[in-house]
Ligand binder design. Structure first.
Ligand code: GDP
Ligand code: MG
Length: 607
């Protein structure tokens, strides 16, 4: 049945299970928010936090990239999975544009451009199909060498398969002549949740595919395999071919023997789905692929996500409960005793604030050292790039007959090799700095958590209320949205002007002069590219440090207002209203009971 609000179809058995468990958590979060809304404006920040969790639960996507060399049948498989001819299928390579396929209530395409101009949107009708429109942007014929500057295409489709948040990504084919695509794909992979790797019997698996696969296996956590075009093979040959492929995977690419491999005829599967031929569909092998995708991957990710979100929700509820308990305690306590305890709490808070200041100094030092590390990495990269491209130039110009041809050949060699080289280095540096920053900030995170704990624990001891340490620290960091690396590396040399006396020089001397000039321009080119990379990394570093500091400050000030602020508010209230209204008290007690029940439910939530 389609849900009238989201339009999502939840009738698939396992998707239903997913929607059900996620729905439970959704319901719990909604009840908690509702209760808090009735408790007054002090809880606004916590309500907002719960709303963010609700959004995360609703919008979480599972990104699955489809990988493989040109013409292995990636686009055909995706069409078969959706039961619709959406993606162009071609016997010639398509241009290097990735296509993201999302769920949407109706078919729609959006083209995103590299230069940041507004996206172009298209809704197909009877006369103008989606595939023709998409063709204009993603095929080499209509968009040779991507002259239209397309960054990515996004397709929206009402397919049931996508309704649970699965996003399919058709990637440009890989191969040695498309080194740049290969590197871009590799850098993009760590942001994907899983990848499908397609091969086929015809032609047999190549060296290039195995090399690519080895790298893929280090970058993506869930990888599984499709052995496509089985319709080319007779039944008895199919088993042999599969066994052979399995051998190649384990021996040459060190892939686990247990990695799932699905034999498939994407072509038959598409035909079967279009004609509604269930016998052909069974023979095609598509159902195995579908079942695996939906049952295992989608559920797995949802389980991890809902568990983490429930913990975060529970921690927020705990915090609110503490605040309510503090309020209740403060309402009951004699006013002198209340003021005494508040003074003691204020001492603890001042101590925490002092420590926060010195933590800030330590952090500034870490940031400085991290930037220095980046400078050293950039210097090393400049040297590495210089050595690499000098040999590229020497090799390319070894047989040049004239100054012009030396110049031309050097240029061509650089245009071909620079993007792949820097794309690769970019990926490595990004991964290295992600790791470095996480490692650097970890002890600071622990110290920051301690500061907050000191205040909360202090308040609970002073006011004799239950205390529960938060559990969700770092249990699920905000998932990064995959993005296709868009960087354009600069790969053309400055024009080489012939010197006035070049023509009278002997050939050998002329050659070495030209080489010297080429190398000079090469240096500019390298500095330019390394500087781009350094700058992008520096921005990310600054962002990470700034976000960490502001998270720490927010956490601290929220804790202070939830404890100190709550007590102060009661004192004010009691000054202005000498009589504490019995009704107010009993309402608060019943809210505390309800909150306790919700907090327990969130804490023990299992999807
Ligand atoms: N015989 C056969 N041909 C297929 C199959 N899957 C794809 N093809 C053909 O292989 C060619 C390349 O397919 P395409 O999906 O564009 O491959 P991609 O480049 O990997 O996206 C097309 O001519 C398809 O019709 C299959 O299962 N069996
Ligand atoms: Mg394709």
């Amino acid at each position: 049945m389609a849900d009238p609000k989201t339009g999502r179809d939840n009738s698939g058995s396992s998707l239903e299970g997913r929607a059900h468990s996620a729905g439970n958590l959704g319901g719990l979060l909604a009840q908690t928010i509702h209760l808090m809304e009735n408790l007054g404006p002090e809880l606004t920040t916590n309500i907002e936090k719960l709303r963010l969790l609700e959004n995360r639960l609703e919008a979480e996507h599972f990104h699955l990239a489809v990988l493989g060399q040109f013409k292995r049948g990636k686009s055909t498989l995706l069409n078969a999975l959706m039961g619709d001819e959406i993606l162009p299928v071609s016997v010639v390579p398509l241009t290097s544009i990735p296509t993201f396929i999302y769920w949407g209530p109706e078919q729609r395409v959006r083209i995103i451009f590299e230069d940041g101009r507004p996206p172009e949107e298209f809704i197909p009708d009877i006369e103008n199909g989606l595939i023709d429109y998409l063709n204009r942007f993603v095929t080499e014929d209509s968009n040779p060498e991507n002259v239209k500057n397309v960054l990515q295409a996004e397709v929206f489709h009402p397919s049931k398969l996508l309704s649970g948040g699965l996003v399919l990504i058709d990637t440009p084919g890989i191969g040695s002549t498309y080194q740049h695509n290969t590197e871009t794909t590799l850098n993009f992979l760590p942001q994907c949740d899983a990848a499908l790797f397609l091969v086929s019997a015809d032609p047999p698996v190549t060296e290039v595919e195995i090399d690519f696969l080895r790298e893929v296996a280090t970058k993506v956590s869930h990888l599984f395999f499709i052995f496509n075009k089985t319709d080319y093979l007779r039944d008895q040959d199919r088993e042999t071919a599969l066994a052979f492929f399995k051998g190649v995977l384990t021996e040459q690419a060190a892939i686990s023997e247990n990695a799932p491999i699905f034999p498939l005829s994407a072509l038959n599967a598409l035909e079967a789905r279009q004609k509604g031929d269930s016998e052909l569909l069974t023979r095609s092998g598509l159902e195995g692929v579908r079942a695996h995708l939906v049952d295992f991957l989608v559920n797995e990710k949802t389980r991890v996500l809902t568990e983490a979100l429930a913990k975060k929700g529970a921690d927020i509820a705990t915090q609110v409960l503490m605040q309510l308990n503090l309020t209740s305690r403060s309402l009951h306590m004699p006013i002198e005793s209340l003021s005494e305890r508040l003074a003691l709490l204020e001492e603890k808070i001042s101590e925490a604030e002092r420590q926060r200041l010195s933590a800030g100094d330590l952090l500034a030092g870490e940031r400085k050292r991290t930037v220095e590390f980046l400078e050293r990495q950039s210097a090393t990269l400049r040297k590495k790039a210089a050595a690499h491209f000098e040999s590229v130039i020497l090799e390319a110009t070894a047989t040049s007959k004239s100054g012009e041809s030396m110049d031309k050949q050097a240029r061509e060699a650089l245009t071909e090799t620079i993007p792949g080289f820097f794309e690769h280095e970019h990926g490595e540096i990004m991964a290295e700095f992600d790791e470095h920053v996480a490692r650097t900030l970890k002890p600071h995170q622990a110290r920051a958590d301690d500061l907050i704990e000191v205040i909360r624990k202090g308040a609970s001891e002073l006011f004799e209320i239950p205390y529960h340490a938060p559990e969700s620290k770092g249990s699920f960091d905000a998932a990064r949205q995959p993005y296709w690396v868009t960087h354009k590396w600069s790969s053309s040399l400055n024009p080489l002007h012939a010197g006035l006396f070049d023509w009278i020089l002997p050939a050998g001397l002329k050659r070495s002069l030209i080489l010297k000039r080429l190398m000079g321009h090469l240096e500019d080119l390298i500095i330019h590219n390394v500087e781009n990379l350094r700058w992008a990394t520096l921005q990310n570093l600054d962002h990470a440090f700034r976000k960490f500091t502001s998270d720490l400050d927010n956490g601290l000030s929220e804790t202070i207002s939830a404890t100190h602020g709550a007590i102060k508010a009661v004192i004010e209230h009691r000054k202005n209203h000498a009589e504490i209204i019995a009704e107010e008290m009993s309402q608060l007690e019943s809210s505390i009971d309800n909150m306790t029940t919700l907090e327990k439910a969130l804490r023990s939530f299992t999807p």
